[in-house]
Design a protein around this ligand. Sequence first.
Ligand code: PHE
Length: 384
Amino acid sequence: MSAPNKNYDPVAVSSLSPGEVSRMLDEALAAVAQAGSLEELRAARIAHAGDRSPLALARAEIGALPPEARAEAGRRVSAAQTQLKDALSRRQAELEADRDQRVLVTEAVDVTLPGDRTPPGALHPVTLLADRLSDVFVAMGYEVAEGPEVEAEWYNFDALNIPPDHPAREMQDTLFVAPSSGPGSAGGPGLPSQGSSGLVLRTHTSPVQIRSMLTRPLPLYVVSPGRCYRNEALDATHLPVFYQIEGLAVDEGLTMADLRGAIQAFVDAMFGAGLRTRLRPDYFPFTEPSGDVSMECHVCRGASTDPGADPCRVCRSQGWIEIAGCGMVNPRVLVACGIDPDRYSGFAFGLGIERALMVGHDLTDIRETVDGDVRFSRAFGMEI
Ligand code: PHE
């Protein structure tokens, strides 16, 4: 074992001199005081109190001192390290308190703020009415039938006794589907002519009558709600895309009395019992005879027609409101569907759902039904 270093060389162990130790301590305390975050404090702790910190390195030099100098130097370094440790833990406590305070503020939940609610969706009033009208007939034993919106001309016109040159085809102002760009069809009897796709956007729900008669067993009671298309400009009273609902009954011995009964039941269900209905002659190629259906005005009940009475805007003081077309199924239509017109007869009626909605709720602009403004829908209740 070597003899203790009697020749104390102050240069070799200058790091243990009182001035140097207090300088290292000041530097360490300054770093602690400057640490603005727990991260920075961690770095200061490693730099000034870690194994490789100046104070730790100085402590390692104690052994190089002469024995009589060691105790004093040891106390000096220990005192500095204790002071630094206290400073570190005080600063740690301060920074943690700061952080907790910040978290309380930034992560605070104000339970009194209004909730961020997504209102539930609901059915459109037109859909609601279509469902309600269908229900009226389903309750009377009808089935709901549906068909395609892109329809073969044959179902939309020909089978309904509307031949190619019939003015009704123009009357309907049809949207025809463009032929595909492949080689045109050769045409021929019953086939679309060259340059035509043979397809239209259905102009009414009546082709569903044909589809039902061709596919369902007799007797037949169906109701068909659905979307229809016509080549109309959108204005206050016309929609190019609209909804109809149509009823069809085919059975033995059906007469116009049955038709009247069905229509009356329908008006009763929609507007409440007690409103009279009337039929006036009209013309549809697929029904014979045909009629238009009016119901007594549900607002003035005809009172506006009295001399000197207040005018009624719902029926324009007519006392009656036209709501549907109807008639006895034309025997030619029955024959087109392979039904014996000597044994069976039928009746049919059809109406526009948006128009029925307008009549029922005194609306003056049909465009409100397609604007998509939720305020309009809300007024009808938000049924899902
Ligand atoms: N399809 C007719 C229309 O669109 C309505 C109708 C249906 C008329 C059934 C009579 C019978 O105008």
